[in-house]
Design a protein around this ligand. Sequence first.
Ligand SMILES: C[S@@+](CC[C@H](N)C(=O)[O-])C[C@H]1O[C@@H](n2cnc3c(N)ncnc32)[C@H](O)[C@@H]1O
Length: 243
Amino acid sequence: MVNLPAKERKAKYVQDTFNSIARNYDLMNTLMTFGLDKSWRRLAVKRAELPKGGTGLDVCCGTGKLTIEQARAAGPAGKITGLDFSENMLEVARQNIRDFELRDSIQFIKGDAMDLPFEDNTFHCATVGWGLRNVPDIFKVVQEMVRVVKPGGKVVSLDMAQPEIPVFREFYWLCFNRVIPAMGKLCSGNKKAYKYLFNSAKGFVHQKELAGIFAEAGLLETRYLNLCGGVVAIVEGRKPATC
Ligand SMILES: C[S@@+](CC[C@H](N)C(=O)[O-])C[C@H]1O[C@@H](n2cnc3c(N)ncnc32)[C@H](O)[C@@H]1O
């Protein structure tokens, strides 16, 4: 691993990390977000404007929670694909939809967000939840999402963000740094993985900058929406109708 180029090293590290925490990921997610992640996911999917019976892609789908929200939005005639490169996260995703009434409209596939295995203009929308800060090249992944979305379709990211209110921001990072790794140790015995989550969140681009990356990748109507004072943000854009 030491001899791998930096991007591949990061991808391997991230893949190993998520493989190691897959079993406890959903529990930790609920605890860390006080259960708010469900409503954030719903809002992100609403922003994606997936039509009934539409085809949706959820990149870095992990345990499939955002994929499931897409399936709900598209209804029984929808076709939703969740893609992730962690076999263990996908395994949990498959378990998560076992009793879900719309499970037949979902497929989970193993793949790399940096090189999506789909034709151009395939999906009505593409979402990514807490994924972009984990990939080796954000611009490349956004470009790939733009490529596979149909003209006029939306690309939406839901991720950790940079709180904008000064005192709250300092307090938030202090708590995140102390509490989350400790909780990770308690729930999964893996403090290091949750320390990584803190570092990746703190080092992630500001939501305004991410909206700029969306625009650079060719999206129109780019904007960001802060949730909970900017602890989390939805960043979105629309592929031009003619391109
Ligand atoms: C924090 S989890 C988010 C999971 C899920 N989207 C959610 O909303 O809870 C990040 C996921 O991104 C996946 N991932 C990171 N880099 C990836 C890549 N290059 N290709 C595919 N999946 C990737 C990881 O395996 C992990 O499952």
